[in-house]
Design a protein around this ligand. Structure first.
Ligand code: IPM
Ligand code: MN
Length: 351
């Protein structure tokens, strides 16, 4: 069973397309996927007052995987005083499911290179993974809040060795299956948590002697991602650095609407596009569903359905080659969100 949490904004339209695609995979490869929906984010606040209701969590725990849409609603963005925020639903889900690792693959698509704001010779062939720590750091550290007179605010960045070790080992393992290069990104010249990261990575490096390891300060990494994206293979970093660097890296592919992600950890894994809820497009049938469909491919991989995952990726490639894509990447004659979903599902059924 797959739990589907569409969330807010375009979440519903894009997850619908991924479900279509998974159903086509089920029919073609003889699997019985069942889907159960549950609210999260602003949608859940409206229904229950809680951005991550207990029922939603229970459903996630008993499912084989979670397909997630997007979260966020402008009515909260412009209200810094709001007591509950949609994003708390996503953070609560990550924490409660123990999703400590967020895997964000970045690559170019040959038919789209001209859409990248970067020069073709710089990005052609770029292919790396950002592994972002997802349940620690400044996103969750205590204390956080305001001084009594409300004039001072503070957040706390905390990491312990164990948290750093488990994500670093995972990153070394990913590098081992790829081009065997790991870049550990931190700000060890300034931050105590970053110095603990670097120390911990150094301690583990001996266990992975076949992996080329480099350390990079985050400001320098932000520059090098744009200047020499092909130099990266696997990058591992803490929660907020990973949030920022992965958005930055997404421009390499030409559209934020193309990047999928997997969050893995102690309980059920969650698959979601890295983009947000794009409220301006909600309900208009124009949002790009490919990041969510590619997240569904990562979901299939996690269930060891490798042929199936490949079939989804091939269908996505074909849709791009044939310009059956939404307006953010279309040459002309843009397709709608649901047309792209239908086309890809149909392509899979015909194989
Ligand atoms: C992401 C998003 C979230 C984050 C927000 C919506 C809380 O930007 O998944 O990257 O900052 O982690
Ligand atoms: Mn983000």
């Amino acid at each position: 069973m797959i739990a589907t949490l569409p969330g807010d904004g375009i979440g519903l339209e894009i997850t619908e397309q991924a479900i279509k695609v998974l159903k086509a995979i089920g029919d073609t490869f003889n699997h019985e996927f069942t889907f159960e929906h549950a609210p999260v984010g602003a949608t859940a606040i409206d229904k229950t007052g809680n951005p991550y209701p207990v029922e939603t969590h229970d459903l996630c725990i008993k499912s084989d995987a979670v397909l997630f849409g997007a979260i966020g609603d402008p009515k909260y963005d412009n209200d810094p005083k709001a007591k509950v925020r949609p994003e708390q639903g996503l953070l609560a889900m990550r924490k409660k499911l123990g999703l400590y690792a967020n895997i964000r693959p970045v690559k170019t698509f040959p038919s789209l290179i001209h859409k990248s704001p970067l020069r073709r010779d710089l990005v052609e062939g770029a292919d790396f993974i950002v592994i972002r720590e997802l349940t620690g750091g400044i996103y969750f550290g205590e204390p956080r809040g305001r001084s009594e007179n409300q004039d001072t605010a503070f957040d706390t960045c905390v990491y312990n060795k164990e948290e750093i070790e488990r994500i670093t080992r995972l990153a070394f393992e990913y590098a081992g299956k790829r081009r065997k290069k790991l870049t550990a990104v931190d700000k060890a010249n300034v931050l105590a948590t970053s110095r603990l990261w670097r120390e911990t990575v150094q301690d583990l490096a001996g266990d992975y002697a076949d992996i080329e390891l480099e350390y990079m300060f985050v400001d320098n990494a932000a520059m090098q991602i744009i200047q020499w994206p092909k130099n990266f293979d696997v990058m591992v970093t803490e929660n907020m650095f990973g949030d920022i660097l992965s958005d930055e890296a997404s421009v390499i592919s030409g559209s934020l609407g193309l990047l999928p992600s997997a969050s893995i950890g102690l309980h059920t894994s969650v698959f979601e596009p890295i983009h947000g809820s794009y409220p301006q497009a909600a309900g208009k049938n124009i949002a790009n569903p490919l990041a969510t469909i590619l997240s569904a491919a990562m979901l299939l991989e996690s269930l060891d359905l490798l042929k199936e995952a490949e079939a989804v990726q091939k269908a996505v490639d074909a849709s791009m080659d044939q310009n059956i894509v939404t307006r953010d990447i279309a040459e002309d004659n843009a397709s709608t969100t649901s047309e792209v979903g239908d086309w890809i599902a149909n392509y899979i059924a015909k194989q």
